[in-house]
Design a protein. Structure first.
Length: 452
């Protein structure tokens, strides 16, 4: 069978996603606080046989730009109002049967036992359709919400993430698949010889275990990551089964693809076991000129200050005091270093000011925009898929749910006609959708568990 695309749909449990203009768009549904909003998106993506819907998350109302929360709330920026994605995931799982559901949980401010329990529970309730997007949190605003006075150093966050993930893997392996017996006649519920404590005593966490959730359908969630710094790419190459990527240029996406695949091989993994999925925003219409009009209307709604607020959050750096009409400066940031490197690269290449970068950030956090007829958009997807940029893509919406409707109704049939994308689901689990190997009965790549 020819190599097939993988497709995900990007969401935040919020009024905006990458597009800060989305909430202002007259075609967007404002009901992001209702279950029906997410049910409709989930059903649409399942109708399009998408692999998964992907929920990003942030843990604080933005305070990085200037001082206070007033400007971020009044402009409705990313993270100014956001639901807990794990609760939303359970709601979507109840109204879909095949669509995967990926949610973000931070290794910086949560605990491995808590996260392992959440994902094992969701994997049961979805019958094996859950993924964990592993992040190290971004900002000081998040730190103070969890009782810390400052954010952890970038490299230290990844050291903590390593131990966090290895502890979670051990917890998910603490039940054998056949440990739960439920023999009513003999009163025998679970075999204690097949359930183990993990006795983890590490630098960041002490966890006895076992997990009190029996082994789930997938064994554990699919692991997703979005590392873009050197440390992040090393972590992703070591652990991730799917990688969410942002780069607006084909050459940047090709370089990232080659880099991370090589890093995966260097740690003993097969390159096909790491699916790299860049994100984009599509504008689809019956003619290219109408699609460009849709794009222009959306982009004009984007507010540069809103974009700079989110850039400040992502980088954990206050850009409110910089000259908006000067190029982006080469500065050290403690948050997401990869995204800032992309912004600085674009500023240098295209002679863009900080205001210009703010506008681009508000239009879609530097995502590329694929514009045209269904055939035009399919051409761009196919070119990247066959040209060494991607194993698939994550679609982000300019308006919700209209962008998803347009893509599923028009672009998906064109991708199917070209033999690039499935016509129906062939698996019941997300691991199956992504063509990933089954999880072994016990994870053997756990290095820190049981040591100090």
């Amino acid at each position: 069978m020819p190599r097939q695309l993988h497709l995900g749909g990007f969401q935040i449990a919020s009024h905006v996603t990458h597009s800060h203009a989305a909430w202002r768009h007259p075609g967007s549904d404002p009901g992001f606080l209702t279950p029906e909003y997410y049910h409709r998106i989930g059903r649409t993506l399942e109708r399009g046989t998408f692999d998964f819907v992907f929920f990003a998350d942030l843990l604080a109302t933005p305070t990085n730009f200037g001082s206070g929360i007033d400007v971020s709330l009044s402009r409705g920026t990313q993270a100014s109002a956001t639901l807990d994605p794990s609760v939303v995931a359970a709601s979507i799982a109840a109204v879909t049967s095949r669509l995967g559901i990926a949610i973000t949980k931070s290794t910086t401010y949560f605990h491995p036992y808590e996260v392992a329990r959440i994902f094992a529970s969701l994997d049961h309730l979805s019958r094996g359709r859950v993924a964990w997007n592993i992040v190290t949190s971004l900002s000081t605003a998040e730190a103070v919400n969890f009782g810390a006075t400052e954010h952890l150093d970038h490299d230290l966050r990844y050291v903590r993430a390593q131990e966090f993930l290895e502890t979670a893997l051990a917890l998910w392996s603490s039940w054998d698949a056949d440990a739960l017996v439920q023999d009513k006649a003999n009163g025998f519920f679970a075999d204690p010889d097949k359930v183990r404590a993990i006795h983890h005593d590490g630098d960041f966490f002490r966890v006895q275990g076992p997990l009190n959730v029996p082994r789930s359908p997938q064994g554990r969630p699919v692991l997703i990551q979005a590392g873009s710094s050197d440390k992040g790419k090393d972590f992703a190459a070591r652990w991730a089964e799917a990688i969410f990527e942002i780069d607006p240029t084909p050459e940047g996406r090709r370089a990232y693809y080659d880099d991370v695949k090589s890093r995966a091989v260097n740690v003993g993994r097969r390159p096909e076991d790491v699916k790299i999925l860049p994100s984009f925003i599509p504008f689809v219409a019956e003619t290219a000129s109408i699609a460009r009009e849709k794009q222009a209307f959306h982009n004009e709604l984007a507010d540069p200050i809103s974009g700079l607020i989110t850039l400040s959050v992502h980088t954990n750096h206050d850009f409110s005091t910089y000259d908006l009409d000067a190029p982006v400066e080469d500065i050290a940031v403690s948050g997401t270093q990869g995204l800032f490197d992309v912004a600085r690269r674009l500023s240098e290449r295209d002679n863009l000011t900080l205001r210009d970068i703010g506008k681009l950030y508000a239009q879609g956090v530097l995502l590329p925009q694929f514009v045209g007829t269904a055939s035009d958009v399919a051409d761009e997807i196919e070119a990247g898929f066959t040209g060494g940029e991607a194993d698939g893509y994550i679609l982000s919406a300019a308006q919700s749910p209209g962008t998803f409707d347009d893509f599923v109704d028009h672009v998906v049939p064109e991708l199917r006609r070209r033999g690039l994308f499935r016509t129906e689901y062939t698996s019941d689990t997300l691991r199956g959708h992504l063509d990933l190997a089954p999880v072994p009965a016990r994870e053997t790549n756990v290095g820190l568990v049981g040591s100090r």
